[in-house]
Design a protein around this ligand. Structure first.
Ligand code: DQA
Length: 146
């Protein structure tokens, strides 16, 4: 079993992209901290980013139900029934993460079509949101393996 962190479209631009919403840290810096949080307790974690929805679907379909997924779907949050269906199909426990508070921005961002198939959502805590999601994922995996 592994903990996976998947980032959707445009998140490769973190650090440059709208820092007032998304902060100044790069994706590589965030990934490093999140993976270190897992590795410190002997858990394997891996991060990936894609701008192609089909890649994300393939990656989700390749998960097994003993894995755990931390997912920032980017703008697909608001549009992708396909990603929602894939998470439901694989039955992998998932936390949705957003750097910005999607409930405090344009109206279209407040709705997530992904959230109903997730354990929960972290939104507005910046890069710390990924680390907090990772801590939850580690505890969840510990409880499952007892
Ligand atoms: C985001 C919020 C989305 O609305 C937006 O399209 C993104 C980033 C966030 O992390 O705050 O790409 O998911």
């Amino acid at each position: 079993a592994s903990i996976w962190v998947f980032h959707g479209p445009n998140l490769n631009l973190l650090g440059l992209r709208e820092p007032e919403h998304y902060g100044s840290r790069t994706l590589a810096e965030i990934n490093q901290e999140v993976v270190a949080t897992a590795n410190q307790v002997g858990i394997n974690a891996e991060c990936r980013q894609t701008n192609h929805e089909g890649d994300l679907l393939d990656w989700i379909q390749a998960l097994t139900c003993d894995d755990f997924l931390i997912l920032n779907p980017g703008a697909w949050t608001h549009t992708s029934y396909a990603i929602r269906d894939a998470i439901r199909a694989v039955r992998v426990p998932t936390i949705e993460v957003h750097l910005s508070n999607i409930h405090a921005r344009e109206a279209f961002r407040a709705n997530s079509v992904i959230a109903p198939v997730c354990i929960g959502q972290v939104s507005g805590l910046g890069a710390d949101g990924y680390v907090l999601a990772m801590r939850y994922a580690i505890d969840y995996q510990d409880r499952r393996s007892e």
